[in-house]
Design a protein around this ligand. Structure first.
Ligand SMILES: *Cc1c(COP(=O)(O)O)cnc(C)c1O
Length: 412
């Protein structure tokens, strides 16, 4: 571990306040040129005694703007202190979680998984246009039928077709023969460049795509491709619950990752993480962003530096071993739930490394769906209901659901 070690509350406070003190202090220095300031003191309590033990709230109040990408060199000098924390967070996730080589990645804290996926698609689209002379209609997004709706959203915004590969209804695995067929059909329609978004735990099933299935099919088809991993859901879970290294930077087929800290890490919303190997951010550079020091290679523009601090604080509070234990406790509870469902003969899907269980809707009465807040795959025609075993979902919370389900099935 190069960056990640468990820190005490004092160490974290010292680090965050140190970083904030290296940012511009609007109260002490006269800065006339930037359209930014601390939060409005008529509204937000800025009493020093109240904030002194609260590094995250202090960061909110000081309100640093992390506009741009800070792993590339030049960035806005006014917020240099907290940008350094973000740079460390990016390196921690790329190297200590996703096993990348030292100083070999760029990235930033995006608004969420949607933006991070879109950032990857944007970069690869521009790469194919610039380096392969492709036209927009020669490029497609390729992903599974269980992929998040941010891919069709990105396709719509960037005017790219989305090729959706069906998955097996029980195993939730990409159907390789149909993938081959889809690639042939796409080639016949003039598409020659593919932006693959492969899942590290899907939103509805927690299923994990085999990157190798895509690679084999794309090589066989003889087309150009780039692979992005959507770990918005699983990025902070799967690397800790598997020994498989396919979905890390050790896999040369993978160029970039999305991870969401506002899902399993319980960070504030606005903490999607985008990571990419060095040399690629330039395809998203907006040269016209001349008033921003270092310019801008992100989709979002202005964004709160407090978000990066929140994620950094959470990961450093747990440390790598604490985080490993946390994920394994969630998976232990999930295991418990799956054992109960098996005893009740309720069909379900679960990836053995995941804290998500999708149950066939036919076995679950609507009264229990409402009582326990289960989430369907489709609100109009539910085929599955999922349970996400989060921090607040303990075996003591799962037990009453299992008992109610048992009573329902016994009375049937
Ligand atoms: C939640 C999710 C997203 C989108 O993330 P937002 O943070 O809601 O934008 C993308 N992909 C997967 C797999 C997700 O679970």
């Amino acid at each position: 571990m190069r960056y990640w070690r468990k820190l005490t509350g004092d160490e974290i406070r010292e680090r965050v306040f140190g970083a904030l003190n290296r940012n511009i202090n609007y109260k002490e220095r006269t800065t006339l040129g930037i359209p930014a300031s601390h939060l409005d003191e008529n509204v937000f309590n800025q009493d020093a005694t109240y904030l002194k033990d609260a590094p995250f709230l202090s960061a909110m109040v000081r309100n640093p703007n992390h506009i741009g990408c800070h792993t590339l060199g030049d960035s806005e000098q006014f917020f240099a202190g907290t940008q350094q924390v973000e740079r460390e967070l990016i390196a921690l996730v790329a190297e200590d979680i996703l096993k990348g080589k030292p100083d070999a990645h760029d990235g930033y804290v995006a608004s969420g998984g949607t933006e991070a996926n879109m950032q990857a698609i944007w970069i690869y689209r521009n790469f194919f246009i610039r380096e392969s002379g492709a036209k927009n209609n020669e490029i497609a997004i390729l992903c599974s039928a269980d992929s998040h709706y941010s891919m069709p959203k990105a396709g719509n915004i960037m005017n790219l077709p989305v090729i959706s590969v069906p998955v097996d209804d029980t195993a939730r695995e990409i159907q390789a023969e149909i993938l081959d067929q889809k690639l042939e059909d796409a080639k016949a329609s003039g598409i020659r460049c593919f932006i693959v978004v492969s899942n590290m735990m899907t939103t509805m099933f927690g299923s994990v795509d085999r990157v190798e299935t895509y690679v084999a099919a794309l090589k066989k088809a003889g087309v150009e491709y780039k692979i992005h991993i959507d770990g918005a859901y699983g990025g902070f879970v799967y690397p800790f619950s598997t020994t498989d290294e396919d979905l890390t930077f050790l896999n040369p087929e993978i160029t970039s990752f999305t991870l969401d800290a506002h899902k399993m890490v319980q960070a504030p919303f606005g903490t999607g993480i985008f990571l990419i190997r060095k040399g690629w951010m330039k395809y998203a550079a907006t040269e016209e962003a001349q008033y921003v020091q270092g310019m801008d290679t992100t989709i979002i523009g202005s964004r709160s530096g407090a978000n990066a601090i929140a994620v950094w604080m959470i990961l450093q509070t747990y440390g790598p071993h604490g985080w490993f234990e946390k994920v394994h406790i969630l998976n232990y509870r999930t295991e418990w739930l799956c054992n109960q469902l098996e005893e009740l003969h309720v069909p379900f899907y679960r990836n053995p490394s995941s804290n998500l269980v999708a149950m066939r809707a036919a076995s679950i009465p609507t009264a229990l769906v409402e009582k326990y807040g289960l989430v369907p795959d489709s609100h109009s025609k539910p085929k599955w209901y999922k349970i996400v075993v989060m921090e607040h979902v303990t075996v003591d919370h799962l037990m009453p659901f299992v008992e109610d389900l048992q009573a329902h099935l016994a009375g049937k």
